[in-house]
Every structure is written in structure tokens, then in C-alpha cells.
Design a protein around this ligand. Structure first.
Ligand code: GTP
Length: 538
């Protein structure tokens, strides 16, 4: 062999990077794609993944109709009022008192966040060059994968106040020459307090636009009730309810399969006119469809949301980044010696989520404003809630920890803003804060014996909270506070006895106390403890 040629060959084999697949590997991969029968078969009968391909569309303002389930599709279309996928409180203007009420001090228990994963970087079109050859084999590297958005629940935080309104992960970098793959986009981690519920929601900007466009005389509430969101959902069969949605399918704005090419020099028209490219594209379409299928399987969010009630061991991926596009080095085959094209990266995923913090206190204190709940919590625990003569002193939930004896496990009690008659119809502060005691095992109803009719107060409270059915699921204790007043000013039996009788009839304990004078406070602690030690009724 010619000595010069040998030298050249040697230097060539030393310099060329080894990341690129060989011609035979490329051939093998492309042939393997053609064996993806499920995509092909479905393609032939007209119901393929390729035909199902669609990009995301505006989700709101769709007329209400129940869509028949399309047998060929993997989804059911669910149309549901927007009110189920947003928060009235969040939408209310910042001047409104209720809006501020959730943000007293540094406490925030509701947030809507806009999240976006990163787009995949594009593959590169490049050819190996050195002094010995003007144009060598393709060496365009792959685009880096886009970053993903993750969420995790941690202990030690008890407010959503540090949560931002947007979380955008980084895009993957484009591939470059010399077979260099682009860098991965930066992942984002959202850390929320344990007890947070994450739900999919409509972009609040879209909702606000919708409200602006609507007739001024229509209330926001009725707009959100009337207008529906149309969602493609996966479903499952429930024994009682039949087919029910199990997760919401999210979609990316990807190009149609086979249309994600970047061409260098000659354009798309030129390439589509060539038989060798058509053949390649047919296979690459299957590759795109496979990616699309993987994305569909990943890009789902539970219909009922994520309940982060315990610290998460592994972060949960909310939105996965787009996959990087393939560089031209993957398209070198026996037929194609100069692939002047590469694949663009897959698109990112964007969505809004509603974060709701539900405290996980063992016991919830429930009462009319001014009944003395904050005073009770103050006396039994280390918590220092605001106490006042005026109603609604408590604007945010306060949680106190109670220890009964050394070595005994402590328990937590939540004091939430007072409930008034009509709260379930949004009067006063509505039932906004009920979420903080929804998961409590014990509910302690506090009535003030200074009220005109404390028994009636108790009945109203129970009714507002969901009535007998709801009450049945909790361990109940009734506390008659301000007993000091009745003793001095009234016949103590006059107001306490009817309540006590009512409680007996229902199998609940009833305890008179004076939080102010710390009378019966130790017994109250013990009764509270018993209340949560009883078998859970949940
Ligand atoms: N006489 C008497 N007054 C009490 C007793 N407990 C609380 N109070 C008073 O009742 C008023 C209201 O007490 P809070 O503890 O702020 O009542 P609350 O139920 O937390 O009120 P909201 O924050 O409006 O829900 C305060 O002036 C307390 O001092 C009691 O046992 N006896």
C-alpha cells in the first residue's frame, strides 16, 4: 500500500471522534424502526398514532356538549365547568379583602403556577473536515434534552409564600460538529410544604381574558360555572360510576411526524422529491411516532391531582423536557452518503397548576367568630394566635402543637377563621379554610355560652360543614366555652344542659370550659387526645 495513503488513513482514524454510529448501525436502527408494527398497522387502517397527532389548542370557551367516545381514540373528552379548574379566590382582585385574607403575614395557602419544561436542542448538520479531505463523513451531534420540571414536598415549610408564579426549565443546547451532543437543559425543582395538593388548572390569564370579554352584568362565578373546559382524558372503569377520567392528557406543539427536519443547502422541496429521502422519511416518521407515543404516555396529570401529604422521597416529574433532535451522523447509510439534514428537538410542555396547602393538623377547631377558639389554642399549646374582641381576628389558620405528658406523643390542633351561617354559600369567609381541617381526624366544635342560643349555633355550624353525613366521618368533641360568664350572669344549666343532651343523643362528648380562666383546660387536652386516639372514622 502507498505509504502516504497509509499515513493519511492512520491520522484519519486517530482524529475522528468515536461518538458517531457506523453505517451498519444506522441501517440496523432504521430497519428496526420499520418493524414497529403497532405504528404501521394502525397507520394502514387509518387510526394510527400519526393520525392522532395533534397540537394543544385553547382549552376554554368551548360550547358545552358531551362528546361521544371515539372508539379509535385512547381518550374520552371531558367537558367540565372552568370553576373546577381555577380558584375564585385567586382570580379576585388584589384589593378584595378575601384575597388578602389568605396572605396575612407570610402565610399563603393557595398559588397558581405556570410551568414550562425545556425544548429539546436541534441536531446538527456537519461533516468531518481535516487537511486531508474537504468533506468527510457526517459528524453533526444530537441536540441536548430539554430540562424537566419536578415537584417535591418537604417538611419544615408551612406556607406557599416562597413559591414563584413561573417555573421554566432550560432548553437543551443544539448539537454541534465533531459529534458533540448539546448540553441538557437545566431541570427545575419546586419544593412545597408537605400537605400541598397539586391540581391541573386553566391558565389564569386565559380565564381573566374570558371574564373581561363577558358581559359586565354577569358575575364571575356564573361565568366560571357556565363556561366549560374541554379535556382529553384517559379513563378507567369504576364499579359504581362506570367510565371515569383517570388523568388529563397534555399535548406538545410538535411538528407533524416526518416534518421535523432541518435542511442545509438544498431545501425541503428538493429532498421530498428524492426517492432515497422519501424512503428514509417513511422510517423516521415511525421514529417520530414512537417519540410521540412515549410523550403521550408521560405527559399525563392525575385527574384528581397529586396529594403530597407525606414528604416525597423521589421528586415527581410534572413536565418532562423535550427530547433532543438527532444530528446528521445518524442518517449516513449505504444510500445516503451526504445527509445534509438533521432533526429538530421535540417541543416543551407548558401548563398551569393550582397549589393548595392543606394543613395536616390532627384536630380542627370549628366555631363562630368570637367563640374563643384562638384563646383555647393559646392556652393549650405553644401557638400564639391573634385574640381580639372583634370578629374574624383569625384570618389564617394557626397550628399549635400540644403535649400532654413527657414521653407521650404530641398532637396538632388547627385554629381556622370563624364560620358563619351561610358560609357554605360563600358568606363571611366562606368555607375557604375548611381545607385545613378536612384531613383532621377530630373536629372540635367550640360554642360560646355568651351567645343567645349556643345549641342553635352548634347545629348551624354542623350544617354549614356538610351536615350529618360529613360529621359521621369525624371524631367529634363539643366545647362550651365562656362558662365563667354563664356562672356569674345566668343559670349555668340554662344553656349548657340542652347542648349536653343533644351531644349525648348523638354520642359526642361535651365539655364546659373557660379558656380565659383556664378552667377545664387540662381535661380538654385529655379529651382532645382521646378524640384522635379513637378509631379513625375516615
Ligand atoms: N369571658 C370569657 N371570654 C373569653 C373566653 N375565651 C375567650 N374569650 C374572649 O372572647 C373574645 C374572642 O376570643 P378569640 O379567642 O379571639 O375568639 P375566636 O373564636 O378565635 O374569634 P375569631 O378569630 O373571630 O374566629 C376575646 O375577647 C377573648 O378574650 C372565656 O372563656 N371567657
Amino acid at each position: 500500500m502507498n505509504f502516504r495513503l497509509l499515513l493519511l488513513k492512520r491520522s484519519y482514524s486517530v482524529k475522528i471522534p468515536t461518538n458517531a454510529p457506523t453505517v451498519s448501525e444506522n441501517e440496523q436502527w432504521l430497519n428496526h424502526l420499520t418493524q414497529l408494527a403497532k405504528y404501521k398497522r394502525r397507520d394502514n387502517n387509518g387510526h394510527s398514532r400519526l393520525n392522532q397527532f395533534r397540537s394543544s389548542k385553547s382549552l376554554i370557551n368551548v360550547p358545552y356538549e358531551i362528546q361521544p367516545i371515539d372508539e379509535a381514540k385512547d381518550y374520552i373528552t371531558v367537558k367540565s365547568p372552568i370553576e373546577n379548574f381555577t380558584s375564585m379566590r385567586y382570580l379576585q382582585s388584589p384589593n378584595s379583602s378575601t384575597h388578602h385574607s389568605s396572605e396575612q403575614g407570610n402565610f399563603v395557602d393557595l398559588k397558581i403556577i405556570r410551568c414550562k419544561s425545556g425544548k429539546g436542542g436541534d441536531g446538527a448538520v456537519s461533516f468531518f473536515r481535516d487537511a486531508g479531505r474537504a468533506i468527510g463523513p457526517p459528524d453533526g451531534g444530537d441536540g441536548g434534552d430539554g430540562g424537566s420540571v419536578y415537584i417535591r414536598a418537604a417538611t419544615g415549610i408551612n406556607s406557599l409564600s416562597n413559591i414563584k408564579t413561573t417555573y421554566f426549565a432550560g432548553s437543551g443546547s443544539n448539537g454541534t460538529s465533531k459529534q458533540l451532543d448539546g448540553q441538557r437543559g437545566k431541570d427545575i425543582m419546586i419544593t412545597v410544604p408537605t400537605g400541598t395538593i397539586v391540581r391541573w388548572c386553566v391558565d389564569p390569564k386565559q380565564v381573566r381574558d374570558l371574564i373581561k370579554k363577558s358581559n359586565d352584568s354577569t358575575s364571575i362565578q356564573s361565568i366560571l360555572h357556565e363556561k366549560k373546559v374541554s379535556l382529553e382524558c384517559t379513563s378507567e372503569i369504576d364499579r359504581d360510576d362506570g367510565e371515569i377520567p383517570s388523568s388529563i392528557q397534555l399535548f406538545r406543539d410538535n411538528k407533524e411526524p416526518g416534518d421535523g427536519w432541518i435542511f442545509k443547502e438544498s431545501d425541503k422541496e428538493y429532498h421530498l422529491g428524492k426517492e432515497w429521502f422519501q424512503k428514509l422519511n417513511k422510517k423516521v416518521k415511525l421514529y417520530d411516532a414512537m417519540l410521540f407515543d412515549e410523550e403521550l404516555a408521560n405527559d399525563r396529570f392525575p385527574w384528581l391531582g397529586l396529594d403530597l401529604s407525606v414528604p416525597t422521597e423521589e421528586p415527581i416529574c410534572l413536565l418532562k423536557g423535550g427530547k433532543g433532535g438527532l444530528g446528521n451522523m445518524h442518517f449516513l447509510t449505504d444510500m445516503i452518503r451526504n445527509p445534509k439534514f438533521a432533526l429538530i428537538g421535540r417541543q416543551e410542555l407548558e401548563s398551569s397548576f393550582l397549589l393548595e396547602l392543606k394543613s395536616l393538623a390532627d384536630i380542627g377547631l370549628i366555631g363562630f367568630p368570637n367563640a374563643g377558639k384562638s384563646t383555647i389554642l393559646n392556652k393549650i399549646s405553644n401557638a400564639k394566635p391573634r385574640i381580639g374582641h372583634w370578629k374574624f381576628t383569625t384570618l389564617v389558620p394557626t397550628i399549635g402543637t400540644i403535649s400532654t405528658a413527657i414521653g407521650e406523643p404530641s398532637f396538632t390542633v388547627a385554629d381556622i377563621p370563624g364560620i358563619i351561617e351561610g358560609a357554605s354559600d360563600n358568606k363571611g369567609m366562606g368555607l375557604e379554610f375548611i381545607r385545613h381541617i378536612e384531613r383532621s381526624k377530630g373536629w372540635v366544635f367550640v360554642v360560646g355560652l355568651d351567645s343567645k342560643d349556643p345549641l342553635n349555633d352548634l347545629k348551624i355550624l354542623m350544617e354549614e360543614l356538610g351536615g350529618a353525613e360529613k360529621i359521621k366521618s369525624k371524631n367529634i368533641l363539643v366545647v362550651c366555652n365562656k362558662a365563667d360568664l354563664t356562672i356569674s350572669k345566668l343559670d349555668p344549666t340554662e344553656k349548657f344542659v340542652p347542648i349536653n343532651n343533644f351531644c349525648k343523643e348523638n354520642g359526642w362528648e361535651c365539655l364546659p370550659i373557660s379558656a380565659l380562666n383556664e378552667e377545664n383546660i387540662d381535661i380538654l387536652k385529655i379529651k382532645m387526645k382521646q378524640c384522635i386516639s379513637k378509631d379513625s372514622k375516615l
